[in-house]
Design a protein around this ligand. Structure first.
Ligand code: SAH
Length: 408
C-alpha cells in the first residue's frame, strides 16, 4: 500500500515537471522574454481565463464586505500601455541593447516587441538605440556612474496621437543634442515633443526633477471622457486609456452626482476624476502630492473651462486632517491612492467629515481590503457596491471600484 502511494507521488512529480516545461516553452513562443521579464504573469492565459482569475482573487479578498458585481474586461487587450520606459546597456562587444529589466535585477533584456506596450513607442526606442551608435553617445553605467543616457520614456496620447519622448540623462551637458533631435524627428515626424530630463543622482528612480524642453511644448495632451488633459513628463496618468474611461464611468455611476454636491478628488494626479465629476457637482476640490501634476491639473481646469474646481498640492492625509479640524462639510469623496493604499490620517478624517458617499478606486486589492476594514469597522460606513476592472491585461494586477455609504 505505502509503495503504491509513493509511486503515485513520483508520477505526479514527473507529470508536473513536464507540465512546467511545456508551459515555459509555450510562454517562450508567445514572448521570448516573458519568463525573464516577469511583467506578463498571465501571458499563457486567454482573456476570459485572466478575467476569471482576477475576479476570483478580488472576490476572495473582499468577501467580508459583500459581493463583487463583475469584472469589466478589455475587448482587445494588446498594446494598451501608453507609457513605455526603456533602459540601456553596452554589451561587452560594444553593441547597445535597449529594453526592460529582468525581474528583480538590473540586467537589461533586449525588447524588440512587446504584447502590451504601444507599438510606436517601441519603434522610437529602437531608433534611439540606433542613433546612439552614430552619435557616439555612451549609455549610463549604474556601477561606474559613467555615460550619458540613463533611460528613455515614451508617452503616447491615445486620442490625440501626440507623442512625448523623454531622454533621461545623467548630466545637463548633452553634446550635439540639436542634431540628435533632428535625426530622431527625421525618422519619426509624428513625435510632438522631446524633453531632456536630468537625473544626476545615484538612484533607481527613472526620472530626475529637472526637465529641459528640446523640441515642441514639453508636454502632450490627451482627451479622456470628452475632457482635454495636459501631461508633463513626471505627472501620473493611467496607462490604459481605453479602460480608464470604463473605470471613471463606473466611479461616476457609483457617485450618482446631481449637481448639488461638494466633492473631493483625493490623490487626483492631473485632476482627471475631479474634472469629469465637475460637470455634475457644485464644487470639486482636488488634492495631490506631486507638484508638477498639480500644475497640470490647474492648467487642465482652465483648458476645459471648469470654474468649480480647485487643486491643492499637499499630502492627502494632512489635507483631510485640516479640513476635518476646520469643520468643513463634504458630500462625496473620491479616493484613488497608489497601490499601497491610503493611511489612517486620511481615513480617520473622512470618518470625521462624514461624506454621504465614498468612492474608493484602487489598483491594489490587498490594501483596499485593509482600508475597507478600517472604514467600515464601527458601522458608520457600509460597502454598497463593488466592481473589478481589468486595467492591466496579461499582468496579475486588478483595479477595483467600491462605493461606501454613510449609515448614521
Ligand atoms: N486619480 C488619478 C491619479 C491616481 S494615482 C488618476 O486617475 O489619474 C495616485 C496619485 O496619488 C499619484 O498622482 C500620486 O502622485 C499621488 N499620491 C501619492 N501619495 C500621495 C499622498 N500621500 N497624498 C496625495 N497624493 C499622493
Amino acid at each position: 500500500m505505502s509503495k503504491n502511494i509513493t509511486e503515485k507521488k513520483n508520477n505526479n512529480k514527473a507529470y508536473s515537471k513536464k507540465q512546467g516545461e511545456y508551459s515555459k516553452a509555450y510562454k517562450y513562443s508567445l514572448c521570448p522574454l516573458s519568463t525573464k521579464c516577469g511583467g506578463c504573469q498571465y501571458i499563457d492565459k486567454s482573456n476570459e481565463e485572466q478575467l476569471d482569475i482576477k475576479l476570483k482573487k478580488v472576490k476572495e479578498l473582499l468577501k467580508d464586505f459583500g459581493e463583487v458585481e463583475t469584472i469589466l474586461g478589455m475587448e482587445n487587450p494588446f498594446h494598451y500601455r501608453n507609457k513605455v520606459n526603456a533602459a540601456f546597456r553596452h554589451k561587452k562587444n560594444g553593441e547597445i541593447i535597449a529594453g526592460t529589466y529582468e525581474e528583480g535585477t538590473h540586467n537589461v533584456l533586449p525588447v524588440t516587441s512587446c504584447l502590451i506596450e504601444n507599438e510606436k513607442a517601441g519603434e522610437i526606442i529602437s531608433t534611439i538605440k540606433d542613433l546612439l551608435r552614430s552619435f557616439k553617445i555612451k549609455v549610463y553605467n549604474e556601477d561606474t556612474g559613467y555615460g550619458l543616457l540613463r533611460h528613455v520614456m515614451v508617452r503616447t496620447a491615445y486620442t490625440t496621437g501626440e507623442i512625448m519622448v523623454v531622454l533621461v540623462t545623467s548630466s545637463p551637458v548633452f553634446p550635439s543634442k540639436k542634431n540628435f533631435v533632428k535625426a530622431l524627428l527625421d525618422r519619426h515626424p509624428d513625435i510632438t515633443t522631446i524633453v531632456q530630463n536630468i537625473n544626476d543622482r545615484a538612484t533607481s528612480m527613472v526620472l530626475g526633477t529637472r526637465n529641459q524642453t528640446l523640441y515642441g511644448r514639453g508636454y502632450i495632451e490627451d482627451v479622456l471622457c470628452k475632457k482635454r488633459f495636459r501631461l508633463s513628463p513626471t505627472s501620473f496618468y493611467q496607462v490604459n486609456p481605453v479602460q480608464t474611461e470604463v473605470l471613471y464611468n463606473k466611479a461616476m455611476e457609483y457617485a450618482g452626482l446631481t449637481g448639488e454636491e461638494t466633492v473631493i478628488d483625493a490623490y487626483c494626479g492631473i485632476g482627471t476624476i475631479g474634472m469629469v465629476a465637475s460637470d455634475r457637482a457644485k464644487e470639486v476640490i482636488g488634492v495631490e502630492l506631486n507638484k508638477e501634476a498639480v500644475r497640470d491639473a490647474i492648467t487642465n481646469a482652465k483648458i476645459n473651462g471648469c470654474k468649480n474646481i480647485d487643486f491643492y498640492n499637499n499630502d492627502a492625509g494632512k489635507f483631510m486632517v485640516n479640513m476635518a479640524s476646520q469643520g468643513k462639510t463634504v458630500d462625496v469623496v473620491f479616493m484613488d491612492p497608489p497601490r499601497s493604499g491610503s493611511d489612517e490620517a486620511f481615513m480617520s478624517s473622512v470618518l470625521k467629515l462624514a461624506p454621504r458617499k465614498v468612492v474608493y478606486i484602487s489598483c491594489g486589492p490587498e490594501s483596499l481590503a485593509r482600508d475597507l476594514k478600517y472604514m467600515t469597522r464601527d458601522g458608520k460606513y457600509k460597502v454598497e457596491k463593488m466592481v473589478a476592472c481589468d486595467m492591466f491585461p496579461f499582468t496579475e494586477h486588478t483595479e477595483s471600484v467600491v462605493l461606501m455609504k454613510r449609515q448614521k
